[in-house]
Design a protein around this ligand. Structure first.
Ligand code: NG6
Ligand code: CA
Length: 501
């Protein structure tokens, strides 16, 4: 087995050598949560210090047209790992606390394909792609299928998001530190008379604004009800350190094989409860401070690679799963303390939106051995990472695998500027899509709400087709669909063709 892996790794190295790299690179995907285009210094933030992320950008390739596939988490992650748009598969919306595994074992995935090419693979951090099988995950026992069944050799995850139960870490198939006498279980409705965010609202560490008022863990009420596992429950303020330490342990296994590490950060998703080290680091309250904490994690990961002499031939991709949001369910003053900070930069919209801010995200590629520093406006989507990373690993995709994923390895590494001709954008809340081709952005009509009442998010829904010229109107304010009916038709047809694929 090891011989075969070794052979494949060598083969990968040989092919990678054809683009100039001496050996197949390690790949570290640092995936931020709800981080907007304008949230970090190298993309224009002035009042949130992000020196570590900025350093990656200064020494790497910064993309100004890098996209996630959807403006919410679960579908973006699904597309990234499968190379297929989540909107093709029903049920891939935001996974609930007891959501079962969305990527079925046997589905070709990015980690599985890299593993077959000789990579050691791991996921550390937020999962949010469902776990276990129907009717619900076996929280008290063996929780499978999960990451290990779809191509990861190792996993240390928070099962859903940090605002959802169960608030525990899962390593491999089991909850970490679970006392068999106090087993964890999770319910959609209240199973007992435990205090909740409603009954003990005045004692919470952070008040909720909408939803998020069920089981209380670490003084913060969450989505869903959990019982048991009291000793295993996480403390939000130490989550960053814990994840970063897991990275250290993973890297300790050395250089015998190239590796793929999916570091899936919890910042800056709600509840934003950064470590005391970061409280007050920005004038923006917990949301800004959580971004500084994320930056600290990036710095630690880079340092850990550097200490082991691994940085040179490691491709680090830093990006985000969807655009920014201010009030996503807790009263953490994200709106009140925003000041002049622009989480989405010049773009309109936010998380949940088909306007650019929903899916156009920070995207930095750092790989000293191969990638020259610079800035590019090449259009690329996270759905392309499957084919692109596999090409860099020197492995070919079989027919019918990752069919939405384009091999843009040459654009990703700055060797060739050409990338996607068009990029499909999805909000995650509607079946309707949007597309950007060149400077044109077309948004399909949809009769859903234009603004979400709880979050204030502008969805980009409208009864009318929308067309914007991003070269003169990056903020998508002036709908020119009436003036350019042919372009509207072309782009509407393009989306119909995409659907039929
Ligand atoms: C929404 C939650 C929001 C957030 C989101 C998922 C409510 C009212 N809102 O349903 O707080 O958790 O789901 O975010 O419950 S994501 O980034 O993981 O997609
Ligand atoms: Ca997210």
């Amino acid at each position: 087995m090891f011989q075969t892996l070794r052979l494949l790794a060598l083969l990968g190295a040989a092919i990678a050598a054809s683009i100039g790299a001496a050996e197949a690179p390690n790949i570290v995907l640092i995936y931020a949560d709800d981080l907007g285009y304008g949230d970090v210094g190298c993309y224009g933030a002035k009042s949130i210090p992000t020196p570590n992320i900025d350093r990656l950008a200064a020494g790497g390739l910064r993309f100004t047209s890098g996209y996630c596939t959807s403006a919410t988490c679960t579908p973006s992650r699904y597309s990234l790992l499968t190379g297929q748009y989540a909107w093709r598969t029903p049920g891939t919306g935001i996974a609930p606390p007891n959501g079962t595994a969305l990527i079925k074992p046997g589905t070709p995935t990015l980690p599985q394909t890299l593993r077959e090419a000789g990579y050691r693979t791991a996921v550390i951090g937020k999962w949010h792609l469902g776990l276990g099988a129907a009717p619900k995950p076996n929280w008290a026992g063996e929780i499978k299928p999960g990451p290990l069944e779809i191509g990861f050799d190792e996993s240390f995850i928070l099962p859903t998001t940090n605002d959802r139960v169960p608030c525990v870490y899962v390593r491999g198939h089991r909850i970490v530190g679970q006392d068999p006498d106090d087993p964890v279980d999770v319910f959609d409705t209240q199973p007992d008379d435990q205090p909740t965010g409603i009954t003990q609202r005045d004692q919470l560490k952070m008040d909720w604004s909408h939803g998020h008022n069920e089981t209380i863990v670490n003084g913060i009420s969450r989505i869903g009800f959990m019982v048991g596992g009291v000793a295993a429950r996480w403390i939000d303020e130490t989550m960053a350190e814990i994840f970063v330490k897991e990275v250290d342990t993973f890297l300790d296994q050395g250089k015998a094989q190239p590796f793929f590490l999916f570091y899936s950060a919890h910042q800056t998703h709600v509840p934003r409860a950064p470590n005391a080290m970061f409280v007050g680091a920005t004038p923006h309250g917990p949301r800004g401070d959580a971004i500084v904490e994320l930056d600290w994690c990036v710095g630690k990961i880079v340092a850990q690679l550097e200490q082991r002499g691994m940085l040179e031939n490691t491709l680090i991709l830093f990006t985000s799963d969807n655009g920014p949001i201010l009030d996503d369910g807790y009263r953490d003053q994200a709106n009140e303390l925003l000041g002049n900070h622009q989480p989405a930069g010049a773009f309109r919209g936010s998380k949940y939106s088909r306007f650019e801010a929903g899916t156009r995200v920070p995207w930095i590629v750092h790989w000293p051995a191969e990638v020259k520093a610079g800035v590019t406006d090449a259009m690329i989507s996270q759905v392309d990472l499957f084919a692109s990373f596999c090409a860099l690993a020197g492995t070919n995709l079989a027919e019918g695998v990752a069919t939405d994923s384009l091999d843009l390895s040459q654009a990703l590494t700055g060797h060739r500027p050409a990338a996607r001709e068009y990029v499909v954008e999805h909000s995650g809340l509607t079946a309707k899509l949007a597309v950007r081709r060149g400077d044109w952005k077309y948004i399909e009509p949809d009769d859903g709400p234009q603004v979400l009442t709880n979050t204030g998010a502008e969805t980009a829904n409208s009864f009318h087709p929308q067309l914007y010229n991003l070269s003169t109107d990056a903020g998508e304010r002036k709908n020119v669909a009436g003036k350019h009916p042919q372009i509207v038709d072309q782009l509407a047809n393009l989306l119909q063709q995409e659907r039929r694929k």
